[in-house]
Write a protein that binds this ligand. Structure first.
Ligand SMILES: C[S@@+](CC[C@H](N)C(=O)[O-])C[C@H]1O[C@@H](n2cnc3c(N)ncnc32)[C@H](O)[C@@H]1O
Length: 249
């Protein structure tokens, strides 16, 4: 389960498991896990090239993914985990898996005793997501399913997390799958998607319905002055959150 990341001077990263005896790292050859473990936090020279050996972080997992579908950014994933209250032991339903970037963040947050059930309509995306999750070391806590979350979601779930084109169509299934007091979260790039989703959530009588956009601006710190970087991360998406309650009246 334990993973390190090898970081070179150019900022490139390689993910490597260190719980076996040897590890084959694409482009770097076969390395001894013991050597990687002993170099943790320091520098290791491989084939005359220097690498920092770091314990893999949530962002390292995102940086080393094989990307097929557009992935959720670390800033949005981080906010989503907090506002949807994803925590150790939780059962989380995800739709759709895409490249598995969010699946990995969820799997990390639910811990060894938690479970992520991740749906996608497309088998090719499921294959990519599954491989990324396996490489990150979380295969044992993620169940991938070929299916349409607008029609089916397994439960009972502590949270339902959606990154699909028409999340509003999945609101009734999410309501059905969620435990009372469970959290709904949806990521959408366009405001039209947000409006439809919020209206559907209100109709299903979810509470604490709110949408936010998180702006991330990196700073460049130089001797001559400190200012925001020119190449800013522009618009990514809006995050809509809500909670299910049981209403009798
Ligand atoms: C933008 S990608 C998700 C990316 C993912 N959040 C990540 O960080 O890697 C959207 C995915 O949702 C899947 N999808 C779209 N509608 C769906 C539905 N109704 N049920 C299940 N999956 C769906 C698509 O096939 C696609 O793989």
């Amino acid at each position: 389960m334990e993973r390190v990341v090898l970081l070179d001077k150019a900022g490139r990263k390689w993910l490597a498991p260190i719980d076996g005896e040897t590890v084959s790292v694409r482009g770097l050859g076969v390395l001894k896990a013991e050597t990687l473990r002993a170099s943790l936090g320091g520098v290791l020279t491989i084939g005359g090239q220097s690498f920092f050996v770091l314990r893999a972080s949530a962002k390292d997992f995102a940086d080393t993914l094989e990307r097929r579908a557009q992935i959720i950014t670390p800033k949005d994933a981080a906010l989503l985990l907090f506002y949807a209250d994803v925590k150790p032991g939780d059962t989380v339903v995800e739709g759709g898996s895409g490249s598995g970037a969010l699946t990995i963040a969820l799997a990390r947050a639910v811990g060894e005793k938690g479970r992520v059930i991740s749906y996608d309509l497309r088998e090719d995306f499921l294959t990519v997501a599954q491989e990324n999750v396996r490489r990150a070391g979380f295969a044992d806590r993620v169940e991938f399913r070929l299916g349409d979350v607008r029609e089916e979601m397994d439960g009972p779930a502590d949270a339902v997390v959606l990154d699909i084109l028409d999340p509003w169509k999945a609101v009734p299934a999410a309501h059905h799958a969620l435990k009372p007091s469970g959290h709904f979260a949806s990521y959408s790039p366009n405001m039209e998607q947000v409006k439809e989703t919020v209206l559907a959530l209100r109709k299903a009588r979810f509470i604490e319905v709110r949408t936010v956009e998180l702006i991330e601006r990196e700073m460049e710190v130089r001797e001559q002055g400190v200012r925001p970087a020119f190449a800013a991360l522009g618009h990514t998406g809006y995050l809509t959150f809500a909670r299910k309650v049981l209403l009798t009246a």
